[in-house]
Each structure stands twice: as structure tokens, then as C-alpha cells.
Design a protein around this ligand. Structure first.
Ligand code: ARG
Ligand code: ZN
Length: 345
């Protein structure tokens, strides 16, 4: 083993990725900065082996002019007033895939809350929409408690969101500090599904990371199903069944849009099938093995691969190990079959 200290300088810039119409990585919108890199934008602002298998801990030392505030991954350890600039030191002490790093700079308001066991929740909002945003994220602590019960302990030292004062058509589960765009904010709590989806990625995607992008359903299918589980927990099993029926209808009605979630094309990683048919794949597993075994599979998978990486084959092998059933055909048809399989009774 060798240790490399790399000194570099330059102007951060966005990175093109086939199939994603926007630049990835460091985005300077004039009055501020946000960073959204999935899957390959981080190399535009720091030298890195930009692959999720190469996780690392991070410290960020970021100096900004007054009146800017910096929100990055992990815990804010220090702020130093240097006169007309301020230096922020942020630490992520758990392993993090490079695409999950984020730095956000704006004149944010900080709103804090407390999750289960006193977990720090810190949210960074644009001043003009802070009160509305606070309503949209008010149930974060309850959601963390629910996912902890279902999957296992929340993996990081704090959670929260940062809302960029910009419009873009996605949210990103940047580690311990999910990034949302300002146009998500409603002030009426109606974005709950997305709030739960991004939060659940902290377990599935961030702590348990994929080993290759072909397995992206391990992130998006799991987060989609997790948001349905939250709806089931919060509104009852009819709510889940209605969602599942509706999703089956969507998927079977637009098979060209909702393609099989396994091995998506490299230029269409985040297609609808990865999300919705990926989520339905977990529901099919649950109906096949029963609730108790299903939740044992989810929590054992999380426990075994936390702070690490897994593959679809690891998940299938573990599901077979825990259920004692041969699940090869089930996963084959749900993940790779062209036609949407029928859900088990
Ligand atoms: N992981 C994000 C989500 O939870 C999707 C990000 C898609 N990436 C992008 N650059 N548009 O939905
Ligand atoms: Zn997602």
C-alpha cells in the first residue's frame, strides 16, 4: 500500500454523461452552488477514482465570502471567521461513494430537528421558502424511526436535506444530506413519497452500495419500494395495495417505458422500469416468501453489506439462504424478462 497526497487547483466544472440531458457535478447558478454527481460527476471538481466500489471517508475545508453558508456531507465540525471570509469544515466519517459527495453554497437558513435517539436533523433552506420547506420535511424523524425498525440502524451521524435555490428535475440522496431542488417545495407535505424515497437511499444505495451501475435497481427499486412501505405504515395496507395495483397498470400499459429493471442500457440508467418494476420486484419477493421472511431478508442484507457494496447476485443468494426457497426463476422473470410477470397471489 502507498499513500498519495495530491495537490491540485482549478475551476470546478460540470461533466457530461450519456443519456442524462443535464451536466453533472459542480453547478454554479450565479447566486450559489449545488453539487449533484450521480453517476459520474465528481471527477469534475476533485481528483478521484470515480467508482462506487472505491468508498472513502471525507473532510471538506471550504472557504467562502460573506454572507455565504456551506452545507456538505456529514457533521459540521468547525466554522472559522477569517474577516470577510468564513471557512467551513465538514466531516463524513463513514465510507462514502464518490458520486454521493455534495457541496452547497448559498445564503441558507438552517433549521434543525431531532430524530430517534437524539439524531441530529439539519436542513438547509433558501430563506424565501424556508417555512414551506419545513412543513414538507416535518415527518423526517418519524420516517427514520420507521426505516430503522424495518431495516436496521440509520447509518450516519446526522441527516437532513439541502434545498438548492434552483430548478432541476430530480432529487439526489447525497450522503446524510439529500439534495432537493426548490421547485419540489409545496408547503403542504404532498412530496412525502419523494422525501421517504431519498431518505431510504441512506440505507440502500449509500450504506449498502451497488458494485456496478448495471445493478442500479438495488438503489432505485429499493428506494421506490421503501416509500411504498412508508405509505403502508402510515396509511394502512389498503394504501399499499392501491399503489401496487396502479403501478402494475402503468407498467403493463407502457412496456416500452417501464422496461425490465436488471441490466439497464448505459445511456438510460434511471429509466422508469428501474424504479417502478424494481419496486414491484421486491413486492413480488414479499408475496412469495411472506412478510416475516421478507423483512428478515431486508434487514439481514442491510446488516451484512452495510458500509460496503453488494450485487444483485448477492441479494438473490441471501434471499434464497434466508427463505430456503429457490428464487432463481422469480428474480429472472422480474429483473430480466421482457414481459411483466404476474404478481404472486
Ligand atoms: N438517485 C436519484 C433518485 O433518487 C436519481 C438521480 C438521477 N440522476 C440524474 N443526474 N438525473 O431518484
Ligand atoms: Zn432514488
Amino acid at each position: 500500500k502507498i499513500t498519495l497526497a495530491i495537490t491540485y487547483s482549478g475551476s470546478p466544472k460540470g461533466v457530461n454523461f450519456t443519456g442524462i440531458p443535464l451536466l453533472l457535478g459542480w453547478m454554479n447558478y450565479g447566486s450559489g452552488v449545488f453539487v449533484a454527481s450521480e453517476p459520474a460527476g465528481s471527477a469534475g471538481w476533485y481528483p478521484v477514482n470515480d467508482h462506487p466500489l472505491d468508498k472513502a471517508t471525507y473532510s471538506f475545508h471550504i472557504t467562502v465570502p460573506e454572507p455565504f453558508v456551506v452545507a456538505a456531507n456529514g457533521l459540521l465540525e468547525e466554522t472559522t471567521d477569517n474577516g470577510d471570509t468564513t471557512t467551513y469544515v465538514w466531516e463524513m466519517r463513514q465510507p462514502m461513494a464518490s458520486y454521493l459527495t455534495t457541496v452547497n453554497i448559498d445564503d441558507f437558513v438552517l433549521r434543525t430537528d431531532e430524530g430517534p435517539g437524539g439524531l441530529l436533523i439539519r436542513n438547509y433552506f433558501p430563506t424565501t421558502i424556508a417555512d414551506k420547506a419545513e412543513i414538507d420535511f416535518a415527518r423526517t424523524g418519524d420516517m427514520i424511526a420507521f426505516f430503522e425498525e424495518a431495516f436496521g440502524p440509520y447509518p450516519f451521524e446526522a441527516y437532513g436535506v439541502v434545498v438548492a435555490d434552483q430548478g432541476f428535475p430530480f432529487a439526489l440522496e447525497t450522503q446524510s444530506l439529500t439534495l432537493f431542488a426548490r421547485d419540489w417545495i409545496t408547503g403542504d407535505g404532498s412530496i412525502e413519497e419523494a422525501v421517504a424515497h431519498e431518505l431510504s437511499h441512506q440505507w440502500f444505495g449509500n450504506s449498502v452500495s451497488l458494485s456496478k451501475w448495471e445493478d442500479i435497481w438495488l438503489n432505485e427499486g429499493f428506494a421506490t419500494y421503501s416509500s411504498w412501505l412508508w405509505a403502508e405504515h402510515d396509511q394502512g395496507s389498503d394504501a399499499l395495495n392501491q399503489m401496487v395495483d396502479q403501478m402494475v397498470e402503468y407498467v403493463s400499459g407502457s412496456p416500452d417505458y417501464f422496461i425490465a429493471p436488471g441490466n439497464p442500457p448505459a445511456n438510460d440508467l434511471f429509466n422508469g422500469g428501474v424504479y417502478v418494476r424494481g419496486g414491484l420486484t421486491l413486492h413480488a419477493l414479499r408475496l412469495t416468501v411472506g412478510d416475516e421472511t421478507f423483512f428478515e431478508i431486508m434487514s439481514t442484507y442491510y446488516d451484512r453489506y452495510q458500509f460496503s457494496n453488494a450485487t444483485t447476485d448477492d441479494f438473490i443468494a441471501l434471499s434464497e439462504e434466508i427463505s430456503g426457497q429457490d428464487l432463481g426463476d422469480l428474480f429472472d422473470s422480474w429483473l430480466y424478462g421482457e414481459k411483466l410477470p404476474a404478481l404472486p397471489e
